[in-house]
Design a protein around this ligand. Structure first.
Ligand SMILES: Cc1ncc(COP(=O)(O)O)c(C=O)c1O
Length: 380
């Protein structure tokens, strides 16, 4: 049986046909009709007025911070529990990331801790230039109190919705709530363009400027004139064609991932020492990855032992990610590491096989439950 990967790309016959059609049209450079169509379709899905397609989510965040005028000496807040790409662009701008801890109920930025942090910073006259809020693993952060406190201090919010396409918060689309938002179409995401991202906002001038900066800041004149530093961040039209085709299939993808999450939870949710990432509203998440926390003493195995056991069975699982930064302000992250060290992501494939093998390994100390899991599994 082939190796089971954590979150492999899902490419359909329709995707092949879509890419073939773009190649046949010869619009293969980072310009063309599919880019505009992909931007319009994604903006509609995320309930945004404007969007610009880029070659990564990281590039999108970098441009958002540039437009918010983040500079050396500034600070930007972001959550502890996220991928490094949520914080790296802060450093590209020469600014310092300030990490605010995540709350257990959503695994996203804790609104109370954010309020405390902003209160302290306001008192010392050191308010951050922006707050980056991540919708981790396809579940939105608790945006209402976050937006309210940021509005009180007049700080723009950037939504890192890299993993959350199709998710909602109280009926509002992920990516529709901050001053800026962005998605990632990296190979492991819920839809992919192999690599890519999209920056969105409601203000047309911001997105026009992002497009300008993403295409080497070339002035709109016939000769090559550049008055400021730009970037090569634009998405290729071929990949926009793939993105359009994948976006068309988003509903099915969310349903498949939700079914995997529910199968894991039903099979393993009662095991001692195992707690799945809490889902606040089952109809609001996109279930991009299924993650859980393992209490090693109660479960009888540590996170790493479980990952190793799965690797022996040719199944890829990974630790949950957390930002780690070497700069002095980031010592706060240490508080979170104990929690992160117990969290694991499970693959989105072949649930039964994973459950069977894993259950055999980790529940030696609870044979009754193990037997139940295996019995249920064999009926699937
Ligand atoms: C939470 C988060 N933020 C940002 C990114 C960066 O996106 P990209 O890989 O497209 O640069 C990713 C994806 O890898 C992510 O998961």
């Amino acid at each position: 049986m082939p190796r089971i990967y954590l979150s492999p790309p899902d490419i359909s016959q329709q995707d092949h046909a879509a890419v073939d059609a773009v190649l046949t049209s010869n619009w293969v450079a980072p310009v063309g009709p599919h880019l505009e169509a992909f931007e319009a379709a994604l903006a509609k899905r995320a309930d945004r007025k404007h969007a610009v397609a880029l070659n990564s989510g990281t590039a999108a965040l970098h441009l958002a911070l540039q437009m918010l005028n983040v500079q050396p000496g500034d600070t930007v807040i972001c959550p502890t529990l996220t991928f490094a790409a949520s914080a790296n662009p802060i450093c590209y701008c020469g600014a310092d990331p300030i990490f605010v801890d995540s709350e257990p109920s959503t695994w996203n930025m804790d609104p109370i801790l954010l309020e405390l942090e902003l209160g302290e910073r306001a008192a010392s006259g050191e308010l951050p230039k922006a707050v980056i809020v991540v919708h981790l693993y396809g579940q939105c952060a608790d945006m209402d109190p976050i937006l309210a406190v940021c509005e009180r201090y007049n700080i723009p919010v950037v939504e890192d919705a890299a993993e959350a396409l199709g998710a909602t918060y109280k009926g509002r689309a992920a990516g529709s709530m901050g001053a800026f938002s962005f998605f990632s179409f990296n190979g492991n995401k819920i839809i992919t363009t192999s690599g890519g991202g999209m920056l969105l906002a409601d203000k047309a001038s911001w997105i026009e400027r992002a497009l300008f900066l993403s295409t080497q800041a070339k002035e709109p004149v016939a000769h090559y004139e550049h008055r400021e530093v730009g970037y090569n961040y634009r998405m290729s039209n071929v990949l926009a064609g793939l993105g359009l085709s994948q976006l068309d299939d988003l509903g099915r993808r969310i349903a498949v991932k939700r079914a995997h999450f529910e199968a894991y939870r039903d099979a393993l949710g009662e095991l001692p020492g195992v707690a799945f990432m809490p889902i606040v509203d089952p109809d609001a998440a996109n279930y991009w990855l299924t993650c859980l926390t393992v209490e090693p003493v109660t479960a009888g195995s540590s996170r790493d032992q479980i990952i190793e056991a799965l690797a022996d069975a040719d199944v890829e699982a990974r630790p949950v990610r957390g930002s780690r930064c070497t700069c002095s302000q980031c010592f706060r992250i240490v508080r979170r590491l104990a929690g992160i060290a117990r969290k694991v992501c499970l693959p989105m494939d072949c649930v039964c096989r994973v459950v069977r093998r894993w259950a055999r390994r980790i529940v030696r100390r609870s044979s009754r439950l193990c037997a139940r899991v295996l019995r249920n599994d064999s009926h699937n």
